[in-house]
Design a protein around this ligand. Sequence first.
Ligand code: SAH
Length: 270
Amino acid sequence: MRFDIITLFPDMFTAFLGSGVTRRAFVAAPGEPSPKGRAGAPKPKLVDVRLWNPRDFAVGNYRRVDDRPFGGGPGMVMMVEPLTECLNAIRADREQEESGGGNAPVVLFSPIGKRLDHASVEQWSVSAGAVLVCGRYEGIDQRFIDAYVTAQISIGDFVLSGGEIAAMALLDAVARLQPGVLNDEGSHQLDSFNPALDGLLDCPHFTRPVDWNGALVPDVLMSGHHADIERWRRDQRLRITTENRPDLLAAARTAGRLTKVDEAGLTKKR
Ligand code: SAH
């Protein structure tokens, strides 16, 4: 899986690619050693990340990458030419590495895009990757979008000052789904939104100490009673989803994922 990132701020990715569990999945540059993984664990699938700066493809003394918007108004717009040159270089490089690689999807991060969710992250996590375009300023020249962009992705109903954090959000979510990346195999299946838990939100977690200034860990978690613990966690997931995301609860119910015991627990609490 190979992601090529078009960004005016490649340095923003350095700490991200080298930190946390996901660093096991990332290869930051061609020729770097493959991720090692942990002893006995499956070797993580490579998430090969390459960074490209459109400024390197801009011409003139000032290597201009942005200009004022036609029609007036505030701010600047990323210019179509450096972006196109940059994309052409990426496509040539991908094609050289693998025949057909140059046809990878071109994704633009934008508030006007389709909102990212677990289902689309799962699809990306088994894909061959993409070219990810990080906008800056007011955004990028529409002609680049019309000519090359195959999908636009938003990470939420708010506005960032650049697409870099959105790109990192996607890369992080994709990397943690790769086998061998998280410490516990399959632990992501217990996370919020996972179909394995019917798309519900996560339950509360506790660790030592048992007594923190009089706040105790729920008895059931100390009982060693596996079935009781699972029932408690399920009830917590149902309660939290009902309170915070009634839309997800309704979806689980419509899909027939709630049992009679689930419904009984929900009625009791109402
Ligand atoms: N004028 C644009 C906002 C530009 S913000 C608008 O009103 O829609 C600058 C860049 O930040 C964008 O080009 C985009 O790449 C990125 N960005 C901002 N908010 C984002 C979001 N919610 N999701 C994904 N990318 C975002």
